[in-house]
Ligand binder design. Sequence first.
Ligand code: C2E
Ligand code: CA
Ligand code: CA
Length: 586
Amino acid sequence: MIASSNGRPKTGLSQGKTASPVATPYLNRDATPVAQILARAIEQTDDAVMITRSDGVIEYVNPGFERITGYRAGDIIGRRPSILASGMHPPAFYSELWRTLGRGESFRSVFTNRRSSGELYYEEKTISPIRGADEAISHFVATGKDVTERIAAERRLEYLANYDALTGLPNRSLLHDRLAQAIQRAHRLGKGVAVQFVDLDRFKLINDTLGHNAGDRVLIEAASRLRQCLRATDTVARLGGDEFILIQEGVGNPDEVEQVARKVLDAFAPCFPVAPPQGLFVSVSVGLALYPGDGLTPDELLMRADLAMYRAKEGGRNSFRFFEAAMDASAMRTLTLEAAIRGALDNREFAVVYQPIIDTRTQRPIAVEALMRWHSPVHGTVPPDHFIPLLEENGMIVPVSRWALRQALRQVRTLQCAGQPALRLAFNLSSRQFRDVELLQDVTAALDEAGFDPTLLELELTESALMDNPDASAAVLEALRARGIRVAVDDFGTGYSSLAYLMRFPVRTLKIDRSFVYQMERSKEAATIVRAIASLARSLGLELIGEGVENVGQLALLQEVGCHQVQGFLFSRPVTGAELALSFPH
Ligand code: C2E
Ligand code: CA
Ligand code: CA
């Protein structure tokens, strides 16, 4: 119920201390007791009661009506109920009302009406005909409840159930409905539907480094850019997190889909007005699946667009990929790999190989990087890029890596004892391991067991592993440093490459990602980036390693910018421990 401003119900009728409590044509002191009680009931109910003549002219309204509508009885008696009309109901609504009443039946509905203040409200109203002694309809009585709050709450709930509160886009549940409808329409019209799976690149990093507020602003801006890529009749939905879905209807051929995908990539080219003054560049990866070719149900299409999106990301972000049947096959392969890897540690299928890191000034190896191999009896030798993510997912990365570290420490310790006393071991840690609470304890125990000098161990971490949780990272890195263990940033240049965090973390070494080394010879831009990384490393007092050096041209360029530690096929492929021992002069 709507309370009046002074907290007391306003009646507007003459309820003064001296006047009788009731003063309308219907209620008088001479009425019978029953009639008086009836009259009081109407006067005192919270509901709005309005009585009109059969021609619609208002003869009576109760205090409840005055409270709800804001009109005083004196102002409204003699007028027509249309004074409450909001203009929100189509004419058909009123003709249905009059038809029903004309049949002598009650009409019941939720009316959208307007108060005297102009404000809209919802009234759940029943209008019934009143018959006189001659059975003819003499009046209508309308009783109503103000249900504005209830309807607003229902609408809000319905909205929340179907729309994403942050961006205002349809959510996963409404997306499913829309996609199912789009499929039905396409089936009827013999047209195609395209599902575009759009995922922001490195969104987690934005959230972690700039905070959730900035993350939210990026999502809102992304939503509005995506909306502009489609016609008003197509759907843009937010699946959750940084994942969006575009449904493009009436598709005749893949070119039309590709056009929209390009439009999406272009829409993200301009800088986002977040984190001023320099702003933020946010790219997206897009996976495309088409009805009916790639799937017949919403779930199938979404899954395949998702797979294609992952391939787009693997292929170097800021790009789009169409789903191909081969992707499903490789997803299947992942499933069988996943099953096969479970027994791999017990079956001794893992091995560690080593790739030397050379100091070009002395031409001698200063370190070796341990790289894991999986020799599966079923799948052959599986590259680490394929099986490390599986180990991370199923949690085996911790025990497998614990084993690999002990193995590597033992083998390198043997080399140190055999005449390479200062040889360092570089060992890769994935982000999951880096977050493992037992990391320090495990590493310390392995060092002690092998009798290995901690200052000759360097742990390699990618930027994203460090940035996953910068505060926790800082603490772990500090603890490692306190034990004398070195830390290198692996694949440097591919991630966030933020100076601010480099200053904050106690790292010793930057490893320039091999994609830069590879491009350096051809691309001025890549060469400039490498030069910038080199001068950055110098000014921060960091060591620099160039990875993936395959030819003398790359070597020359690296030396020119002042990078004297290199690693790559030009010097040696990764080799087994035994081969490594042979390669050192005795
Ligand atoms: P990474 O740490 O960047 O390792 C260097 C990769 O570059 C190795 O690939 C190496 O064989 C390759 N490489 C070395 N020189 C050249 C070259 O001249 N040209 C080219 N094209 N490639 C070269 P690999 O062994 O396949 O390892 C791939 C990635 O798997 C590694 O990248 C590392 O991130 C991960 N990884 C390997 N072993 C382990 C491990 O024990 N633990 C963890 N967490 N990750 C590992
Ligand atoms: Ca590495
Ligand atoms: Ca690397």
